[in-house]
Design a protein around this ligand. Structure first.
Ligand code: ATP
Length: 199
């Protein structure tokens, strides 16, 4: 599994469509301060479903859209696509490449695609779950993350190991099932109340 390409358009400091192709020989991105290096890792985080604006170094989600410069008007939407190799079918998809796309409009509307098929955020999260990528993954270690890993509560640290061991998927499904059970129990109580009223 490796990151083949990243396409950025209208995201932060990248107003024009920019395609970064990562051959197996790229190990570092260098550039002067403020030139947009961290915006590239933000774009990767974002397309993998990041919802925390703090993690994206912004105040609100709109801040990811190119905000304009003295010479250029702001743009109406941001779009990022991440292309991953899937020739060994690491992801449960037939295609030999997986392209995940996220688009966000100033109006607040979001769109997600997997191989150009429109999907929900949940599908993107499930695609990356247990792979070490994605929102809860550890493939991007930002500044301060190491300290965080060393100092977080044991429960949070456990989540990192669960993701690495490939069992987060089951924890999420268990939590979903527990929520459904609680809702069903509540509905049953309500039905019984109604039945009592009718008797
Ligand atoms: P450093 O080495 O200092 O960390 P860097 O190369 O990582 O720098 P970034 O933090 O990626 O730089 O980029 C910062 C630049 O991105 C700033 O010039 C900022 O104005 C610009 N920028 C961030 N968000 C937007 C946006 N929504 N619209 C336009 N430009 C933006």
């Amino acid at each position: 599994l490796y990151l083949k390409a990243l396409e950025i358009q209208g995201f932060k400091s990248f107003p024009d469509k920019t395609v970064l192709t990562f051959g197996e020989d790229i190990t570092a991105i260098v550039g002067p301060n403020g030139s947009g290096k961290s915006n590239i890792s933000d774009a990767i985080r974002w397309v993998m479903g990041e919802q925390s604006t703090r993690a994206l170094r912004g105040g609100k989600m709109e801040d990811v859209i190119f905000g304009g410069t003295a010479k250029r008007k702001q743009l109406g939407f941001a779009e990022v696509s991440l292309v991953l190799d899937n020739s060994e079918h690491f992801f449960d998809l037939e295609e030999s490449e997986v392209m995940v796309t996220r688009r966000y409009y100033r109006s607040g509307e979001s769109e997600y695609y997997i191989n150009r098929r429109s999907v929900r955020l949940k599908d993107v999260n499930e695609l990356f779950m247990d792979t070490g990528l994605g929102r809860e993954g550890y493939s991007i270690i930002g500044q301060g993350k190491i300290d965080e890993i060393l100092s977080v509560k044991s429960g949070d640290r456990r989540e990192i190991f669960e993701e690495a061991a490939g069992i987060s998927r089951y924890r999420h499904r268990k939590e979903e099932a527990e929520h459904k059970l609680t809702r069903t129990d509540e509905n049953l109580v309500r039905i019984n109340d109604k039945l009592d009223e009718l008797e």
